[in-house]
Design a protein around this ligand. Structure first.
Ligand SMILES: [Fe+2]
Ligand SMILES: [Fe+2]
Length: 270
């Protein structure tokens, strides 16, 4: 088996954090990839396995407590790890992405690994390890309905990572208010990278959207249970989307999108 596929399979099917965080630096993105087994769920050792148990994201009013900050970091880190796994799965599932798209997706995965490490080292300072709290698999369950690369970018880049633009900026401010500059700095790094990630998804979809309106195309690609409301946080920051190259028209439609989904009026992280 070629090195690219071997590395991707180690990330996805390997069960330890070391497997998930391997260095992707020297990979040849032109190598052939053949899916060797069905993708059902990522490999996860017992310490970092998914849990049915629901826990609540800490309230902003409790962020002066290290313990609550660590819990927030734990949620964020889980999303980074899921991003690594979903993106790796996409590379294995869509062998026709082409070398350029593969390269940019590999760069994105490396940045998600970096985000994961930043959150982990910060919460370790607060005495918390990854896996100390239950880990949910919401993103992964939605990801399983993805059938094409277009659907993947619509769900992951223009929805999950789009919401992360709002969360990163919002919680950067929350950390600043409790004078936790180190944590605020991490949110700033994540925000800058996520702008690039949303932009990469936008550019992939724009190239396959033809004469259609990008917003309509985007909506048509979302899984049944996911609406564009999932692509927004507690407060909507249009300027981050503009930086990601989305048109003012697209951003306006996203901003005004409303459905019965509670998240549009959410008071906290979900
Ligand atoms: Fe990230
Ligand atoms: Fe990302």
């Amino acid at each position: 088996m070629m090195k690219l596929q071997k590395s991707l399979e180690q990330i996805l099917f390997g069960t330890s954090l070391e497997d998930k965080l391997i260095d992707l630096e020297s990979l040849d993105a032109s190598e052939e990839i053949k899916l060797s087994k069905e993708i059902k769920h990522p490999g996860r050792s017992r310490e970092i396995s998914f849990s049915e148990k629901q826990i609540k994201f800490p309230k902003v009013s409790s962020f002066h407590l290290d313990e609550k900050k660590a819990l927030a970091m734990h949620f964020f880190a889980n999303h980074e790890l899921l991003a690594v796994e979903m993106m790796t799965a996409a590379l294995l599932m869509f062998p026709d992405l082409g070398e350029t798209n593969r390269k940019s997706l590999i760069t994105t995965i490396k940045e998600e690994q970096k985000h994961f490490n930043l959150y982990i080292s910060r919460m370790n300072k607060f005495g918390v390890s990854f896996g100390d709290y239950p880990l949910n698999d919401f993103f992964w369950r939605q990801f399983l309905s993805v059938k094409t690369a277009q659907e993947f970018y619509a769900l992951v880049a223009l929805t999950f990572e789009s919401a992360n633009l709002d969360f990163a900026l919002y919680y950067q401010d929350v950390f600043k208010k409790v004078e936790d500059t180190d944590s605020a700095k991490i949110m700033g790094i994540v925000l800058e990278d996520e702008i690039k990630h949303v932009s990469r998804g936008r550019s992939y979809l724009a190239s396959s959207c033809g004469a259609k309106d990008l917003w309509d195309y985007y909506i048509s690609l979302l899984p049944e249970k996911v609406t564009p409301a999932r692509g927004k946080g507690i407060v909507f920051f249009p300027e981050t989307r503009i930086k990601a190259g989305l048109s003012p028209e697209f951003v306006e439609k996203q901003k005004n999108y409303k459905d019965s989904f509670k998240i549009t009026s959410r008071k906290g992280w979900d």
